[in-house]
Design a protein around this ligand. Sequence first.
Ligand code: DGY
Length: 325
Amino acid sequence: MNIYVTRPIPDSGLAKLRAAGHAVCVQSEDRRATREELLAGLATAQGAITMLDDRIDAEALDAGKNLRIVSNFAVGYNNIDVEAATERGIAISNTPGVLSDATADLAWALLLAAARRVREGEALVRSGQWHGWGPMQLLGWHVAGKTIGIVGPGRIGRAVARRAKGFDMRVLYFSRSNNEEIERQTGATRVPLNELLEQSDFVSLNCPLTPETRHLLGAREFAIMKPTAILVNTARGPVVDEAALVDALKSGRIAAAGLDVFEEEPKVHPALLTMDNVVLLPHLGSGTTETRSVMADLCADNILAVLEARRPPTVLNPEVLSAGG
Ligand code: DGY
């Protein structure tokens, strides 16, 4: 069968597909596939591995006339219209679990970098203008013993919270329902969003992007955060109203931010690029060699399972399988 991969990924997953006898066609250039390339690639394929910025909507699914599975190379699947896929009997899978530690590590890298002004310190040393240690130089914010608020206590949120225990932090979390795992693992307390924002020194966004979480944080929410608070976003850019975030950072409504994701990637609000109190990364959450390799394997495993009529390990719409899809 034909498997279309919209961008080069680690070879381990591709090798599994080839070893099973499938023809694997990988988009040759390491850049986002154009819409035309995407539609043409899907048109030839029974299975596809897509990236988090490939828009898999009804049009794309219709282009894939023989498509049986779209295996998203990400845990987030806000780029995919799962309902439309289900209507068409196409399975959708993602990569939960295997990237939680890598993404939580990166959230902490951002948190610590923003709190301890790592970016500014590094720039000072590189500039040649550093004239030695100073008692008042680039003072940051203490981390240990403070309060962290986790918005979205899923696998990644819990991994962020577990790391906070190593810093003797109090953990609050916000979600629609109680999450026993985060409570058991970290002693976290569930609170309403307002309370989390009022009390947290660090706010870590770890929720999926859905219609309910779009612009979950905007001007009203920044207004109730502590002026010393630091926001960390490794979830999805549109969870934050980026223009409101810029205002909050400019006016000192909050102290700093560490951002791995942006509202309109790869565009970044131009004001953020000029601010000293933000640390900006190019969506590196799951970006370790080991993690990306396991993600590639999991994508392949999902495809192989669907094509061999077995249950895929991380399918999002299993109903299409029971319907014989
Ligand atoms: C995902 O997999 O959804 C993450 O954003 C990758 O970093």
